[in-house]
Design a protein. Structure first.
Length: 290
């Protein structure tokens, strides 16, 4: 697999760090890609977390150009694996994430990324990244196809009492159980959601989505319940949407960080995602015409 690192400046002046992946069989400089896929991590996630490098490799091996990147407010610094930018994590908002994804699309369109421009662009988002992918696709006609893994159906996920306490304190702290860091989020994140209620209504965005949508969800997901995947599916146009429930698995399809190898659930999620993108972006696995 070919992997080319990049750093872009977002429209807000923050670094967007990532990699462009392609199959060893075809060089990113010479190939005419059938489609480019952009992968969005979720809350407290990052492009090197657990399953994402393997997901990127699987998509690249299937013949796609793949962009893995960290949102500018991910909190992960330039070593790509540690949360060393907690001030940026604290200031992150959904507006900023939707803008970041737009900046990646701009860079693809302009040729600023080390990948051939492609008229067929798909986005895959995990958890909160799934909501970001849906919102951007609803607003941006450059996104031709969406796949979500364990996507949330709503973004304001706290009780009125929690939101009031958050407002009074100015921030809320979230424990990262892996690193034992307390990760602060400023109240601006809530203000952003409250001031963009209609824009960030994920189910309304799904209702207005004009592109194919695959919702992949683990049956035993305890972080984002299957009910949320079902809510998104009910909101979708059934002629262009599908809900794929994977039994006996949770929020990350059995994957952990650090990566300890694949699982049957992860492989099934990958298989369905490749099939969906291949069908709806005009590229079959291994880059053969569909």
């Amino acid at each position: 697999m070919n992997s080319i690192p990049f750093t872009l400046n977002s429209r807000h002046g923050l670094p967007l760090r990532g990699d462009v992946l392609s199959s060893d069989a075809v060089s990113t400089e010479s190939r005419d890609p059938q489609a480019t896929l952009v992968v969005c991590h979720g809350f407290k996630g990052f492009k090197e977390w657990g399953m994402f490098p393997s997901l990127g490799q699987a998509l690249a091996d299937a013949g796609f150009t793949v962009v893995l990147f960290n949102f500018s407010g991910s909190g992960v610094g330039d070593n790509m694996v540690d949360f060393t930018e907690l001030d940026r994590f604290a200031e992150d908002t959904i507006s900023a994430q939707v803008d970041d994804l737009g900046d990646i699309l701009d860079a693809l369109q302009s040729g600023a990324l080390p990948a051939a421009a492609s008229a067929a662009v798909g986005v895959l988002g995990h958890s909160r990244g799934g909501a970001t992918a849906i919102i951007r696709a609803h607003e941006d006609q450059r996104v031709r196809c969406v796949v979500t893994w364990a996507a949330v159906s709503h973004l304001l996920r706290w009780s009125e009492r929690e939101v009031q306490a958050w407002k009074e304190r100015g921030y809320m702290e979230f424990l990262n159980t892996r690193t034992h860091q307390l990760m602060r989020m400023n109240y601006a994140a809530v203000e952003d959601l409250l001031s963009n209620k209609e824009r960030f209504d994920v189910q309304a965005c799904v209702r207005g989505l004009q592109v194919p949508l695959l919702l992949v969800h683990g049956q035993e997901d305890l972080s984002v319940r299957l009910q949320e995947g079902e809510e998104l599916y009910r909101a979708a146009d059934p002629s262009r949407a599908q809900l794929q429930v994977i039994p006996q698995t949770g929020h990350t399809f059995g994957a952990v960080h650090p990566w300890q190898g694949t699982t049957p659930a992860f492989e099934e999620a990958v298989k369905h995602s490749i099939q969906w993108f291949s069908t709806h972006l005009g590229a079959a696995p291994n880059g053969r015409p569909a």
